[in-house]
Design a protein around this ligand. Structure first.
Ligand SMILES: [Zn+2]
Length: 501
């Protein structure tokens, strides 16, 4: 096989990832780009990795060459502090001051640290410094309950599309090596090279004052788009129905490349997380090219080959694309009729479900011995496991209260909603992040779940599925609702679950 760079024809051999490592790709091919052109795409790869970091972190993707799963940064809405998000938790990244009050010559500070390690470091630093200081109270370890976090990262844009075009062209070159080197991709390569240069120079977002180099790169991009009528040869494509692209893997990415020999259309399709879908037109193959399509499903959650991909080949072109008259038409329509929001919302729902099943799996492992323990020991074990999941229990408390608020609004009783809000209020000044009332609600919910789990454990029915139900589905919301709403609803003469009266 010809091991030459598909961009310049020089010797290839840079060992690039066929699918970006940052997105969970594990396969390396060393015959597609020369080192220079492999490098030239690094701006695009960084861009897509950045754009998807929140989703990857939430899903728990472990990048290739890394032991730790992804984290993404976001802003904690209440404090404005930076938090790091991973599949397991949301945590502050640095110490922060909860409160400071002048006391005599100095001041009293209440500090919060993301972990014990960072508290110890701080104490060491203080001890080595000139400052005179003393503890106000013994440090306590508390789990912090985070409210909403803001993650400002738009997905897509010219660079987002460019990086998807790049990863598709790479797979095409692997599966159709001769065609990729026959010159028919030259316009498409011109486009990906030009957008890669813009990305490399930090031009994915418009800068207020742009360097000469970047202005030039933008001009080059404009002329690289001329053969495509001025618009990029890739677009969001929501025309595929859900059933048509069932991925082999739950959160798998799919890249499809193919040639339709009838007219030579070279096409590509990408579905990220089986949710965000794109199509592109790579060029026209030489007359007489065989019709063939290759589809690769990539599991971003697989830790290593061989079960990280699933490849299929057909000698037809079911995935051939319809080039839209105006490239942004598909997206504009999708935004207008809510398709894109629905695709995102549906993906987030699937991610939540995935997180819940991971949580249930971990808890099930921790709680497995409970049926062989004495009642007291089982209780301690269950409490400990629930203490690890306060954020999730808090979510259920909020879910229950929000549900009640809706019902109150429907029944023209929205006047009590401010009172309900106060029951689940946050408090930036507290060590847990919650107001005292909210802490009581959380404690009640935890106690209710503990009692139910003890009962289930004694009855021998506390398995993974049951834990998932209790920690985030109807049965758990019911248990939590009974406990936290019962005293409230007595006042209003209602039952927490009217359908069960
Ligand atoms: Zn090259």
């Amino acid at each position: 096989m010809s091991k030459t760079c598909i961009v310049c024809g020089q010797a290839a051999g840079s060992g690039e990832h066929v699918f970006p490592a940052a997105l969970g790709g594990r396969r390396v091919n060393s015959g597609i780009y020369c080192p220079k052109h492999d490098n030239s795409y690094s701006g695009l790869v960084n861009e897509i990795a950045g754009q998807l970091d929140f989703l990857n972190a939430y899903l728990g993707v472990i990048p290739d060459h890394s032991k730790k799963s992804k984290t993404a940064s976001a802003e904690h809405t209440l404090t404005g502090e930076t938090v790091s998000i991973s599949a397991k938790e949301i945590r502050f990244t640095k110490p922060w001051i909860i409160s400071r009050t002048p006391v005599g010559e100095g001041e009293a500070l209440q500090l919060s640290f993301p972990d014990i390690q960072s508290a110890k470091q701080f104490i060491k630093k203080m001890e080595a410094s000139e400052h005179k200081w003393t503890y106000l109270s013994k440090p306590v370890a508390r789990r912090y309950i985070t409210g909403s976090v803001k993650h400002k990262r738009a997905f897509g844009g010219a660079c987002g599309l460019g990086s998807i075009a790049y990863l598709t062209q790479t797979l095409f070159a692997q599966e159709f090596p001769e065609v990729a080197r026959s010159g028919v991709l030259s316009n498409f390569l011109g486009y990906t090279q030009a957008i890669a240069k813009v990305a490399m120079l930090g031009g994915c977002e418009k800068q207020s004052e742009e360097r000469e180099e970047l202005i030039e790169a933008r001009l080059t991009l404009t002329s690289a788009l001329e053969p495509f009528g001025g618009a990029a040869p890739i677009w969001w494509d929501f025309s595929l129905s859900e059933e048509e692209h069932v991925n082999k893997f739950e959160f798998g990415h799919r890249v499809t490349v193919g040639i339709d020999g009838s007219d030579g259309q070279i096409y590509g399709r990408v579905a990220l997380f089986s949710a965000l879908t794109f199509s592109m037109h790579l060029g026209t193959a030489p007359h007489g090219s065989a019709t063939r399509e290759v589809t690769v499903d990539i599991d971003p959650l697989a830790k290593h080959p061989p079960n990280d991909i699933n490849k299929r080949e057909v000698f037809s072109a079911p995935g051939r694309i319809q080039v839209p008259e105006h490239a942004t038409e598909g997206l504009a329509n999708a935004v207008a009729n809510g398709t894109q929001q629905r695709a995102f919302a549906h993906l987030m729902e699937r991610l939540d479900e995935h997180q819940l099943s991971m949580l249930a799996r971990d808890m099930n492992k921790a709680l497995a011995p409970c049926s062989n323990l004495s009642l007291l020991e089982a209780r301690a074990l269950i409490e400990k496991a629930l203490d690890e999941q306060l954020q999730q229990i808090w979510r259920m408390v909020r879910g229950v209260l929000e549900g009640l608020k809706e019902r109150m609004a429907e029944g023209n009783m929205a006047v009590i909603n401010p009172m309900l809000d106060s029951l689940i209020a946050y408090d930036v000044q507290s060590t847990s992040g919650l107001s005292q009332q909210a802490e009581v609600m959380l404690a009640l919910a935890k106690a209710a779940l503990a009692a139910q789990m003890e009962e289930d454990c004694a009855a021998g029915v506390l398995n993974e599925e049951r834990i998932a139900e209790l920690m985030g589905k109807g049965p758990g919301l019911h248990v939590v609702g009974q406990m936290v709403l019962a005293p409230l609803l007595q006042v209003f003469g209602e039952s927490p679950h009217p359908d069960e009266q």
